[in-house]
Write a protein that binds this ligand. Structure first.
Ligand SMILES: *Cc1c(COP(=O)(O)O)cnc(C)c1O
Length: 418
């Protein structure tokens, strides 16, 4: 691989030939801001569901760049779509339109089952998509917002106001006011918090950063009912759960979450998995009234709808459909959930499709994650007692089985150390 053209070009850009992980991490410590702590490995290439570190160790990537690499790494269709677009027209600004951005907006509206008159605002990240949704809510003429405990909606000042975790919020106060957090999953508390002064309710259909916690049965339906009754907007944050991650195009379309009801939000945000690794975000406003809340001049971002990002989005959605990846997600996700059960340290598995948390009976997720990394598997200690999996949607049953086979030893070792 080091002899191919792209690897040579990368090598010439970084000006180093044989630097190892230790040297890179030393340089990281002197140049990259310490907001992420010390990274656990230096990764240099990927292919399919695997990545390799600077020492050429191979890992099965069961985190997918935090639910981003939908098609795995270096997927040929995504690579060719993005490189062809960059070689044709890489950026135009929003003073001009581009066919790919229009086609991607149309495709997203179709997959979201958005009614006639709906519209998409493109941006570059999940936080930015929620920022756009936050601004949309201001155009109702109301300012009160209801979100849930455990919610994670991003780190920009507006999206941070929606995020619940005190450690993320407190150093940055004051944040935009009038956001209240009601206990996640408690339909009565949610209904009691919404009244005729409420601008919007923001919910993740499955809370991701809180540890992969699906909305309980009937919760999303209650949210839809009470917001409609009080003229408030219902906004689904599908930044982590969207784009086939759970086996449905969007998680709120799963019968397990909507109880078989046809629940559609007033707006939905997506990002992470949409570009397969190229940064992109989108806010979809449902119906003409919501689509027109932000008028010309009221919101903008320079890179929004960039042709390269739009090509990546279209390519990702195309391959998911062409290769039947939603079915794969459902099947492989269930296989993992069944396969990891039965160990004394495993209390259960939460989530849907390929967004899962393995619940542990002891708070040893950091040790289990470290043991798995040593054994060649990348997972995420999302909570002290939960391990998150968000692998590429192309993960095969055989690859899943290698993880299922490796997990017990990683658990046993962590239990001994504890
Ligand atoms: C990751 C995430 C965000 C923030 O997205 P960024 O691209 O990191 O800004 C927002 N909401 C949810 C549900 C997320 O998982």
């Amino acid at each position: 691989m080091s002899t191919d053209l792209s690897a040579q070009q990368t090598t010439s850009l970084v000006g180093a030939t044989q630097a190892g992980s230790a040297e890179w991490l030393e340089r990281y410590g002197h140049s990259v801001m310490g907001t992420y702590g010390t990274p656990s490995r230096v990764l240099v290439r990927g292919e399919g569901a695997h990545v390799w570190d600077a020492e050429s160790n191979r890992y099965l990537d069961l985190l997918g760049g935090l639910a981003v690499n939908s098609l795995g790494h270096a997927h040929p269709f995504l690579v060719s779509a993005v490189t062809a677009q960059l070689a044709t027209l890489g950026h135009v600004s929003n003073l001009f339109a581009h066919p790919l951005q229009i086609a991607l907006a149309e495709r997203l509206l179709e997959l979201a089952q958005a009614p006639e008159g709906s519209a998409v605002f493109f941006c570059n990240s999940g936080g930015e998509a929620n920022e756009a949704a936050f601004k949309l809510t201001r155009r109702t003429g109301r300012t009160r917002i209801v979100a849930a405990t455990g919610a994670f909606h991003g780190r920009t000042m507006g999206s941070l106001a929606l995020t619940h975790k005190a450690a993320y919020r407190e150093p940055f106060q004051p944040l935009p006011p009038e956001v209240v957090h009601v206990p996640w999953g408690d339909a009565e508390a949610l209904a009691a918090a919404v009244d005729d002064t409420t601008a919007a309710v923001f919910l993740e259909p499955i809370q991701g950063e809180a540890g992969v916690r699906p909305a309980p049965a009937g919760y999303l339906a209650t949210a839809r009912r009470v917001t409609r009754a009080h003229g408030a907007l219902l906004i689904f944050d599908e930044v982590q759960t969207g784009v086939a991650r759970t086996g449905a195009w969007f998680a709120h379309q799963l019968p397990a979450l909507n109880g078989g009801e046809d629940i559609r939000p007033d707006a939905m945000t997506v990002a992470k998995g949409l570009g397969g690794g190229i940064p992109i975000g989108a806010m979809i406003a449902f119906g003409p009234e919501n689509a027109r809340r932000l008028s010309a001049g009221q919101h903008a971002t320079t890179f929004g709808g960039n042709p390269i990002a739009a090509a990546a989005g279209l390519a990702t959605l195309h391959v998911i459909e062409r290769d039947g990846l939603r079915e794969n997600v459902a099947a492989v996700g269930d296989r993992i959930a069944e396969g990891v059960a039965g160990h004394a340290l495993v209390a259960g598995v939460r989530g849907h499709g390929l967004l899962r948390a393995i619940e542990l009976t002891q708070p040893v997720s950091a040790a289990v994650t470290a043991n798995l990394l040593e054994a060649g598997f990348i997972v995420n200690a999302v909570a002290p007692d939960a391990i998150r999996l968000a692998p590429p949607l192309i993960l095969t049953a055989d690859q899943a089985d290698t993880f299922i086979a490796a997990l017990p030893a990683a658990l046993d070792l962590a239990a001994q150390e504890n």
